[in-house]
Design a protein around this ligand. Structure first.
Ligand code: CP
Ligand code: NVA
Length: 303
């Protein structure tokens, strides 16, 4: 493993090893408090963030490393100088790059032109760190993650893509339910279908809300992602039947609710579900740090 650009690049063993290491770091933090000693990580963010920025910064600190945050006040990536020069210059000093960008191709460019590991902290296409934290969370609730029946309801976006690859590689069952016209990227669907077939999982795509029956957990995300240029009223009208509320949870027989956050209560999910007993949102948020620390320890081992 050289970088973490997308979950699709991981073998099943690499993914399971990352989840196991994340659990180990979470359980025995003192054993890893020097794992990144002497290492510096540069974080480049083109978009706002709470969880990703804070969990990387504090997580790197807990591993004994140093982190430097660069926002767009230093000039948008690729504007003042080419992204390739960002990558090659940062590689002179830092041991890894964490990047949140609008375009996934910017992250690919950083990986291509830098000489240090690059971690995708969210792009238009993927959110692998979120997916890892989510499967870590599910694996804390279910002994055998391949038996989990998860439904993702809402926009077929970056978070959905990462869940699709993760569920497929783990051999789990995932239903992706979206309004017509808002399905995940076609290439991602094909690749995830092939991975699901290879690992004995199932990936179902539907617009029919009746298909929510028989799921352990329902996951949703904002209907409008950062960088989306859409009409709010139009989106709300199309997505309204897909709000995750108590009626949908009951119809699914779902015990758990998941959301990557930030959540818009009363929009993609009702407040009583977001804040309800079965909500895993804070466990997911906490697990961002442990999952990312497992990625950092794995990528920087022996460097
Ligand atoms: N879930 C997530 O990535 O949150 P932030 O946008 O706050 O980092
Ligand atoms: N899909 C959302 C996730 C935010 C963490 C976005 O890209 O804005």
């Amino acid at each position: 493993m050289k970088h973490l650009l997308s979950i699709k690049e991981l073998s099943q063993k690499q993914l399971l090893d990352l989840l196991a290491l994340a659990k180990e770091i979470k359980a025995k933090p003192a054993q890893y408090n020097q794992a990144l000693a002497g290492k510096s990580v540069v974080m480049l963010f083109e978009k706002p963030s709470l969880r990703t920025r804070v969990s990387f910064d504090i997580g790197i600190n807990k591993l004994g490393g140093h982190c430097l945050y660069l926002d767009q006040q230093n000039g948008a990536l690729g504007k003042r100088e080419p992204v390739s020069d960002f990558a090659s210059n940062i590689s002179c000093w830092a041991d890894a790059i964490v990047a949140r960008t609008f375009s996934h191709s910017t992250i690919e460019c950083l990986a291509e032109h830098g000489t240090v590991p690059v971690i995708n902290a969210l792009s238009d296409l993927y959110h692998p760190c979120q997916g890892l934290a989510d499967f870590l969370t599910l694996s804390e609730k279910f002994d055998d993650i391949s038996q989990v029946k998860l439904a993702y309801v809402g926009d077929g976006n970056n978070v959905a893509h990462s869940l699709m690859y993760g569920a497929a590689i783990l051999g789990a069952s995932l239903t992706v339910m979206c309004p017509p016209g808002h399905f995940p990227d076609g290439q991602v669907v094909c690749e995830a279908q092939a991975l699901a077939k290879q690992h004995g999982g199932t990936l179902t795509l539907t617009s029919n809300v009746e298909d929510i029956a028989d799921h352990h957990a329902i996951y949703t995300d904002t209907w409008i992602s950062m960088g989306d240029d859409v009409d709010l009223a139009d989106i709300e009208a199309k997505f309204k039947p897909y709000q995750v509320n108590q009626a949908m949870m009951d119809k699914a027989g779902a015990q758990y609710f998941m959301h990557c956050l930030p959540a818009y209560r009363g929009v993609e999910a009702s407040a009583n579900v977001v804040d309800g007993e079965g909500s895993l949102i804070l466990q997911q948020a906490e697990n961002r740090m442990h999952a990312q620390n497992a990625v950092l320890v794995t990528l920087l081992k022996n460097k």
